[in-house]
Design a protein around this ligand. Structure first.
Ligand code: PEP
Ligand code: MG
Length: 755
């Protein structure tokens, strides 16, 4: 091997010796900076550790004033060190003081040093700190030196991650991975779950970072890459898109990356700097992840995800471990942690052992969120880098109400949540007591509370909640969790199971609402600029009636001899409904021709979720047998605010005048035409919102199982006429009022209505 690589390898070996010694973390860091400085012929070597408050604290130095240790801190983004941590990228400067980000700290005495080389200390993409070397002379650091320092920083990352750093900081602010941590994201499904981390895609634990023989490691790496390419080629050749639920496009991307020279070169260089093959893969993967976390372009982010997945496969090959978690060996109280997840994957876990779900990505209306709610497990998303912040088996708490996550909580924090969970269980018990009591307001208005469903796992909720039927059966869920197109017979089977489960109560089936964000992995994707406004739902059904017809056939067969209700999603004009109805009539004729039984009765309805329908509302109320307000979509289109986009999700309150007036126009039209109207969007499942909807005239709602109890408890205490009067007054005086939420809350509390 070339002599140049002897340097870093010797350094790595010495580092390993220091790490193995039974001394304190501070002592280890003090020795390490001396080692690095002498090996790299630098006058200064310093280690900064990022604390929980994101500030970077000087933990050890050779060359700067020792008194500055644990005194000098840089805020996130401050100075060169802050910049490196923020960007997670190395920085080499021959004249550091000329850099605009340079921040002079007199206590360190660093003004005499000109050249500067700093690298982030990364672990699984998270910045743990910054490692810096400095020289008095103006000099250029070579690529090899930068590579060597990055390799050393990876070894340091392990030391920092092992913990023990908290006690060192003057402020008591923690650093590293082993202490308690708190994070806040967005809530996907409510409830409080206490349990232990189960990583959906377990990380490979690398025990051996430092190579004995780089030549042997290069050989191992090349062999593993060869095997990786072969596996991908085989998967593509097999055409089995169901394998792991991957799209063909993803496999093609994998193939491209597996041949990417840049990626391969970076891994080889990392091996030559002294790492084992698996450590080299992880180092490059960590850089990728760091870039991914900073990438805002969704397309590029997705590609970086793909690259990370590929690196994971490579690690599995190298370490030889089968890391797919055995579904039947799930621990009790499992809290699943994943970057993102499809609905089918969540359904694969043993429901009896699931206590929660934590994701890095996935909106409240995503399919996995729908499944989490159907399973009744608390779920939180948008927890940045959670898969890297936890280890398998760590204690963790998910609060689906506030969107908070407590990682490795202290006993007092754990007790608070245990109490919260107990309180919730008590409240659930009270709701259960309401199960068989009809929801009637104090002034005698009957409120119909139905369930939103779509999967077999939803059906037991009927009996648990005492809901009066299924008001929205999302038929696309069966399609979304399947790895191939469900056959007509399979569809029929599910619809029949739903009808059997409700007995003599009604089920309203909604025809396929696919397209837009509801992508089927096995269907060819159409590239669209604005999928939410694109070719989706009834539009596909009318343009390519084959799929709609086969679904209608399954519905009509499942509903033979029974009362059947079918509704169409995303209808924008009356004409679209009439065309859909004609297709149903053609299918009925088909049934007659084949001497099969028709449903005993058939009602055809329309989802009111495209605002244009508000301006044809009387006509549609006359044509349709019933209407159902999809407030999720109706409000997103009304306010031009993407329901999946956090930046705009809270911008408009559903309880503002514009929204309430739009909804009122549906309730009024229903009454004028004597056409039954239900609200099946999320809005109807929230007690205060349901109060407002009752005040607007709605009497029928369909919602997730966990909402039935709270909405019923609210309705039982409400005087609907008084609420109506109050809302009319409020709506007549809204000028300049952003939302009526406050006023409605005040009304509820005055009248002792629990919201
Ligand atoms: C809605 O849009 O409110 C609705 C109920 O349908 P989905 O959430 O399935 O789009
Ligand atoms: Mg909708």
């Amino acid at each position: 091997m070339p002599q140049a690589f002897g340097g870093p390898r010797v350094l790595l070996r010495r580092l390993r010796e220091v790490m193995a010694q039974p001394t304190s973390p501070q002592d280890k860091l003090d020795r390490i900076v001396i080692l690095i400085a002498s090996n790299m012929v630098a006058e200064v070597c310093s280690i900064y550790v990022q604390r929980d408050d994101k500030a970077l604290e000087l933990f050890a130095t050779e060359g700067l004033n020792r008194e500055a240790v644990h005194l000098t801190t840089m805020k996130a983004g401050e100075g060169l060190v802050g910049l490196i941590a923020k960007e997670a990228e190395a920085l080499a400067l021959s004249d550091a003081q000329a850099h605009p980000a340079f921040s002079y700290r007199p206590e360190t005495g660093e003004e005499i040093y000109r050249s500067f080389l700093g690298v982030p200390i990364l672990r699984a993409g998270a910045t743990l700190g910054v490692l810096v070397v400095q020289n008095t002379a103006t000099r250029k650091y070579s690529e090899e030196e930068m590579e060597a320092l990055q390799t050393v920083s990876m070894v340091l990352a392990e030391l920092i991650a092992q913990g023990g750093m908290q006690s060192l900081t003057a402020s008591g602010q923690g650093g590293g991975f082993t202490g308690p941590k708190h994070a806040r994201g967005v809530s996907l499904a409510e409830g409080v779950g206490l349990g232990h981390v189960v990583l959906h895609e377990p990380r490979v634990v690398i025990k051996n970072l430092i190579a004995e023989s780089p030549e042997a490691e290069i050989k191992r790496l090349e062999a593993a890459i060869g095997q990786l390419r072969k596996t991908i080629d085989e998967l593509i050749a097999r055409g089995d898109v169901s394998h792991g639920g991957e799209h063909k496009e993803v496999l093609e991307t994998f193939r491209m990356f597996a041949h990417d020279q840049g990626w391969l070169r970076r891994m080889r260089e990392a091996v030559l700097s002294g790492l084992t093959a698996e450590a080299a893969v992880e180092r490059v993967q960590s850089d990728t992840r760091a870039r991914m976390l900073r990438q805002t372009d969704p397309y590029l982010r997705e590609r970086l995800h793909d690259l990370e997945d590929l690196a994971n496969r490579l690690l599995h090959i190298l370490v030889g471990a089968d890391l797919t978690i055995a579904r039947d060996q799930l621990p009790e109280n499992a809290i699943i942690v994943a970057r993102s997840m499809g609905p089918a994957a969540l359904l694969d876990y043993d429901r009896g052992r699931l206590r929660g779900l934590i994701l890095e990505e996935g909106g409240a209306t995503s399919h996995v969120a729908i499944v989490a709610r159907a399973l009744g497990i608390p779920a939180v998303s948008e927890i940045e880098n959670i898969t890297a912040l936890v280890e398998q088996g760590d204690a963790v708490i998910v609060d689906g109400q506030t969107g908070e996550v407590q990682i490795r909580p202290q006993p007092d924090v754990e007790n608070v949540y245990k109490e919260k969970a107990r309180l919730r269980a008590r409240r659930q018990e009270q709701y259960r007591k309401l199960r068989d009591i009809p929801a009637v307001t104090r002034d005698g208005e009957a409120i119909d509370l139905k369930l939103n469903a779509g999967l077999l796992v939803d059906l037991p909720h009927l009996a648990e909640t005492g809901a009066t039927g299924i008001g929205l059966f999302r038929t696309e869920l069966q399609f979304m969790v399947a790895s191939r197109m469900p056959t007509t017979a399979e569809q029929q089977q599910l619809y029949k199971a739903a009808l059997d489960a409700v007995g003599d109560r009604p089920v309203t089936f909604r025809t396929l609402d696919i397209g837009g964000d509801k992508v089927l992995p096995y269907m060819q994707r159409v590239e669209e600029e604005n999928p939410a406004l694109g070719w989706r739902a009834i539009r596909i059904g009318l343009d390519r009636p084959g799929l709609l017809r086969s679904q209608l056939r399954a519905l009509l067969r499942a509903g033979a001899g029974r009362d059947l209700k079918i509704m169409f999603p995303m209808v924008a004009t009356v004409d679209e409904f009439i065309r859909a109805r004609n297709i149903v009539h053609r299918e009925l004729a088909h049934i007659d021709r084949h001497d099969r039984d028709r449903p005993a009765s058939l009602a055809l309805g329309v989802m009111v979720e495209v605002p244009s329908l508000l301006f044809e509302i009387d006509e549609i109320a006359r044509e349709a047998d019933f209407l159902s307000v999809g407030s999720n979509d109706l409000l997103q289109f009304l306010f031009a605010a993407d329901r999946e986009n956090r930046l705009v999700a809270d911008r408009f309150d559903p309880l503002c005048a514009g929204s309430l007036r739009a909804l009122k126009c549906v309730a009024d039209a229903g009454e004028r035409a004597q056409c039954p109207v239900t609200v099946c969007g999320e809005m109807g499942g929230k007690p205060l919102e349901a109060l407002a909807l009752i005040a607007l005239g709605f009497r029928s709602f369909s919602m997730t199982a966990s909402s039935v109890g709270p909405v019923k408890a609210m309705a039982l205490k409400l005087n609907a006429a008084a609420a109506r009067k109050q809302l009319e007054t409020l709506l007549a005086n809204v000028s300049g009022v952003a939302t009526l939420r406050g006023a409605l809350k005040a009304f509820a509390s005055e009248h002792d209505v629990p919201v």
